[in-house]
Write a protein that binds this ligand. Structure first.
Ligand SMILES: [Zn+2]
Length: 47
């Protein structure tokens, strides 16, 4: 499986991996991550 970008719907934290974290390390919300495309991820991270 290819790695993808994931974004927390609550705090906007971006994660790169095979799946989104179950619990957001930043805001501690559960199942808050959704898959986003690479361009959106770059913008979110300010690249
Ligand atoms: Zn979060």
């Amino acid at each position: 499986m290819a790695k993808e970008f994931w974004k927390c719907n609550v705090c906007g934290d971006v994660h790169f991996g095979k799946s989104g974290p179950e619990i957001c390390p930043t805001c501690k919300n559960k199942d808050a991550y959704e898959g986003i495309d690479k361009e959106t991820a770059k913008k979110k991270m300010g690249l």
